[in-house]
Design a protein around this ligand. Structure first.
Ligand SMILES: C[S@@+](CC[C@H](N)C(=O)[O-])C[C@H]1O[C@@H](n2cnc3c(N)ncnc32)[C@H](O)[C@@H]1O
Length: 257
């Protein structure tokens, strides 16, 4: 069956993937613009699950004001859930412009040599980066337990070092649903690509990091602080204008040359 699958072919350039729709810096500018606008929602005790649905709605409103569209999970004609981009009101307009950041792939980060056998059983949410880093974006069972455990371990004082609300139906950062983007199918070509970004520690404040959905499975090496570690982010970027109500579709199968 594999030979019938469409494959995204990626060459590696000096500064990253050759198929980048926009530069790494542009992805980060878009990301930080949204996270700055979402900061005020973090001052609530948002880990209280009763507040999350309302905070999520407010976050979607902020996203639409800042980015021009909102993204959310909804039942997909392909089966299960998918992710759509939409604007309130007129469904005929282009909600997303080519090059806009539409999602982040959340999850626990595993180095290529780290064991992930039990987490990978019956798990369709494991993303493999070009350099072999794995991201477990499953929000259920052992994957959920491990992410929450790492989040508790990495707390900086009272401050969480990453977002864990993506494990619920009401993420405080609406971008953190990229693991639910479905694969393209015949007649429905992809409209987003994955752009892998290594975020250096000095590029994001603690306030920004608490809205980002990735952290490491392992402790930092001895003598290295958690805050000195880079973080891997996988951004989903639109490859064309996307109409309001359209499902986001990616290409799961990528060959790196
Ligand atoms: C990462 S999940 C995506 C979210 C998934 N739809 C869900 O609700 O859990 C990947 C799984 O979604 C389903 N899927 C993704 N793209 C699909 C497609 N084009 N047609 C049918 N099923 C698809 C497959 O079951 C696949 O293993």
């Amino acid at each position: 069956m594999l030979h019938t699958r469409s494959v995204r072919r990626v060459g590696e350039g000096e500064s990253g993937q050759c198929d980048e729709v926009v530069s790494r810096d542009e992805v980060l500018v878009q990301l930080m613009t949204l996270t700055s606008a979402l900061h005020h929602l973090c001052h609530h005790h948002y880990h209280q699950s009763s507040l999350l649905p309302s905070l999520h709605q407010q976050a979607l409103d902020v996203m639409e004001r800042v980015c021009g569209f909102r993204v959310y999970r909804t039942p997909s004609p392909l089966g299960g859930l998918g992710v759509v981009a939409a604007v309130s009101g007129d469904g005929s307009v282009a909600a997303v412009k080519r090059g806009q950041l539409v999602g982040l792939y959340p999850g626990t980060l595993y180095l290529p040599h780290q064991p992930i056998f039990f987490q990978s059983i019956n798990n369709s949410f494991i993303f493999r980066c070009a350099d072999g880093i794995l991201i477990d974006g499953n929000d259920k069972r052992i994957s959920k337990f491990l992410y929450k455990s790492c989040c508790g371990r990495d707390r900086i004082g009272m401050m969480p070092s990453a977002d864990d609300t993506w494990l619920t139906d009401h993420p405080i950062n609406p971008l953190n649903v990229g693991q639910y983007v479905n694969n393209q199918s015949s007649g429905c070509p992809s409209n987003v690509v994955y752009q892998e970004v290594t975020l250096q520690p000095w590029e994001a404040s603690l306030e920004e990091r608490r809205l980002l959905p990735n952290l490491w499975y392992s402790n930092p090496p001895p003598g290295i602080s958690l805050l000195d570690l880079p973080i891997r982010l996988v951004a989903l970027v639109a490859t064309r204008d996307i109409h309001s109500g359209e499902e986001l579709l990616s290409d799961y199968f990528t060959v790196i040359h």
